[in-house]
Design a protein around this ligand. Structure first.
Ligand code: DQA
Length: 161
């Protein structure tokens, strides 16, 4: 069962701002143990702490969710339509396979940013195509876990317009 953590924040107009959903896909629960030569030693819990701290500094709040199941990720993207001000998504291997995640993201009218910890373009060819990229605002890839913090800044810039 995914754990949810959230804190309210205010929009520039003074109203309550909805949280940014930070969605992580399959096998990212094993970050820290999983292929550390590619993904480093940072755990998912460390990433969630980093993202929450960066969000707080930017006046945002986050809800961090991880699933190994495609349908659960689809349901959270659908939920984000009414519950979130933006979405950060590392769909992991589903990035390269999931039309269902593509279709769910295509229905969002809030900004979404795709993150990959590793530079997928330096890796196997099957990682070079992402079904996510064409339905998000932008892609951050290969900058390690810092990519999540950069994605938050991009979402803040977009929703502050
Ligand atoms: C990943 C890259 C994907 O190709 C891979 O399947 C992952 C992680 C990344 O963050 O670098 O699980 O999304």
């Amino acid at each position: 069962m995914a754990k949810r953590t959230s804190k309210a924040s205010k929009s520039s107009k003074g109203g309550a701002r909805k949280p940014v959903y930070v969605l992580n896909g399959p096998n990212l629960n094993l970050l820290g143990q999983r292929e550390p030569e590619i993904y480093g030693s940072t755990t998912l819990a460390d990433i969630e702490k980093l993202v929450a701290a960066r969000a707080k500094a930017l006046g945002l709040s986050v809800i961090c969710l991880q699933s190994n199941h495609e349908g659960e990720l689809v349901s959270w993207i659908q939920e984000a339509r009414s519950m979130a001000s933006g979405v950060i998504i590392n769909a992991a291997a589903y990035s390269h396979t999931s039309i269902a995640i593509h279709d769910a993201l295509a229905m969002l009218d809030i900004p979404a940013v795709e993150v990959h910890i590793s530079n997928v373009y330096k890796r196997e060819e099957f990682r070079h195509y992402s079904y996510v990229s064409s339905v998000v605002k932008g892609v951050i890839c290969g900058l390690g876990v810092q990519g999540y913090a950069l994605a938050l800044e991009a979402i803040l810039a977009d929703i502050s317009k």
